[in-house]
Design a protein around this ligand. Structure first.
Ligand code: MG
Length: 251
């Protein structure tokens, strides 16, 4: 199943994607729902972020090749930081280039979407707490990211967490092809089998630190190939079995 959230004719709803059409639901994927008998053509709806996270919990340096490219040590424990809820935007929305930065980078990432209240769970329980997976871009003001300091400023600007287009429930997160393109040119290409810390481990680990709420997202880290974007650019993150998250950059 692939869940989306969308607006159509002035109303906002969750729905499922099937054969290029959107079938709305009464309810949400988090609380239970009844599917409508109607469907809409995908290009007749405005897709929104597929969930509304209270926070994005992000993992740094979770691919060995990326740690090496920025000359960082491969971490013994996950490097964790938070993006505030205002970072969230959906597919096709604009990433706004902040006046405070002179270098804003893309980071294509697999995101875990939490399905229910999650607190102090074992790794073996993680799957039952995950609704599914989506694409994310951990947009980063690289020039404002101190190597050994906290990353909230560099990672926390409004619009710096595009997610979408859909939440896929039927993918194996341990082996998904991931690609990030800038203006159609491939810049990052890897597979989630290269993750240092697995999705199930991360959900369990984080749940012993903070409560995770339905709709919260965990960005699992980026592979090598990070680089800058500028206003006017189009950035795409494509993950096998999920789809393509496409955003533009505006000044
Ligand atoms: Mg990242």
């Amino acid at each position: 199943m692939r869940y989306v959230r969308f607006s159509h004719a002035g109303t906002t709803a969750y729905g499922i994607l099937e054969a290029g059409r959107v079938r709305p639901m009464d309810g949400t994927p988090f609380d239970g729902f009844v599917l409508s008998n109607d469907t809409y053509a995908l290009d007749s709806v405005h897709l929104l972020s597929p969930c509304i996270p209270t926070k994005g919990v992000c993992i740094g340096l979770n691919y060995r090749d990326h740690a090496e490219e920025i000359h960082a040590q491969v971490p013994k424990n996950p490097v964790v930081f938070i993006k505030p809820t205002g970072c969230t935007i959906g597919p096709y929305a604009s990433i706004v280039y902040p006046a405070l930065s002179k270098r804003v980078d893309y980071e294509g990432e697999l995101a875990i979407v939490i399905g229910r209240l999650t607190k102090k769970i074992a790794k073996e329980e993680a799957a039952s707490h995950i609704l599914g997976y989506t694409c994310a871009n951990d947009v980063t003001a690289r020039d404002l990211q101190p190597p050994d300091g906290q990353w909230t400023v560099a990672k926390g600007f409004d619009t710096f967490m595009p997610i979408g287009p859909a939440i896929s429930t039927d993918v194996d997160p341990s082996a998904l092809a991931i690609e990030c393109r800038l203006n159609g040119e491939v810049r990052q290409r890897s597979n989630t089998r290269n993750l240092l810390f697995s999705c199930h481990f991360l959900v369990s680990y984080l749940s012993h630190i903070m409560t995770l709420y339905p709709g919260d997202v965990i960005l699992t880290g980026t592979p090598s190939g990070i680089g800058p974007m500028k206003p006017g650019d189009v950035v795409e993150v494509e993950i096998e079995g999920i789809g393509t998250l496409r955003n533009t950059v505006t000044a």
